[in-house]
Design a protein around this ligand. Structure first.
Ligand code: NI
Length: 180
């Protein structure tokens, strides 16, 4: 079931989310609904606060590059109570967007490689390494569960250039939704 998205301006996007104590049927249903919501909006990742819930959960579905550099189908991944346990000093800049901040895009610098520890839907702990676009996506979603948005990582005149667009998103999406 597709859930309504939270938009820029919504306080839930600024909350430090809470760890999941137990992977109940309710949590499993939430993850299922998050997948539906991400797919319906053509996203490559989604975090629980983006559907209004303060849980440390995010999902990613990043298209993978083959040897020729062509992007193909990705793999759906679920991260519950994730921890970034390592990241490379090497960084890359990529153009990011966010389902909670429609129409806004910007270049964000993040580590090229990260190692993440998390629980999967079965409650089993896993440790996995991600690079490139996948690393960016994991870090973007991990920011969400700490109340951080990609636009916070853009500084100076690049950030200033986004101000008017951000105000517009707040008016057009968040305020409009709130009045309903
Ligand atoms: Ni986002």
């Amino acid at each position: 079931m597709e859930l309504p998205l939270s938009y820029y301006g919504d306080p839930v996007l600024r909350k430090k989310c809470q760890p999941v104590d137990e992977i109940t049927d309710e949590i499993k249903k939430l993850v299922e609904d998050m997948v539906d919501t991400m797919e319906a909006n053509n996203g490559i990742g989604l975090a629980a606060p983006q559907v209004g819930l303060e849980h440390r959960i995010f999902i990613t579905y990043v298209p993978l590059q083959d040897e020729e550099g062509e992007y193909g189908t990705g793999q759906l991944r679920v991260f519950i109570n994730p921890e970034i346990i390592e990241f490379s000093e090497e960084q890359t800049e990529m153009n990011e967007g966010c389902l909670s901040i429609p129409t806004v895009h910007g270049e964000v610098v993040r580590p090229f490689r990260v190692k993440v520890q998390a629980l999967n839907l079965e409650g089993n702990e896993f440790v996995e390494e991600f690079t490139g676009l996948e690393a960016h996506c994991v870090l973007h979603e991990n920011d969400h569960i700490n109340g951080v948005l990609f636009v916070d990582r853009i500084r100076g005149k690049e950030r200033k250039a986004l101000d008017a667009q951000l105000r517009k998103v707040k008016n057009d999406y968040y305020s409009r939704r709130k009045k309903k």
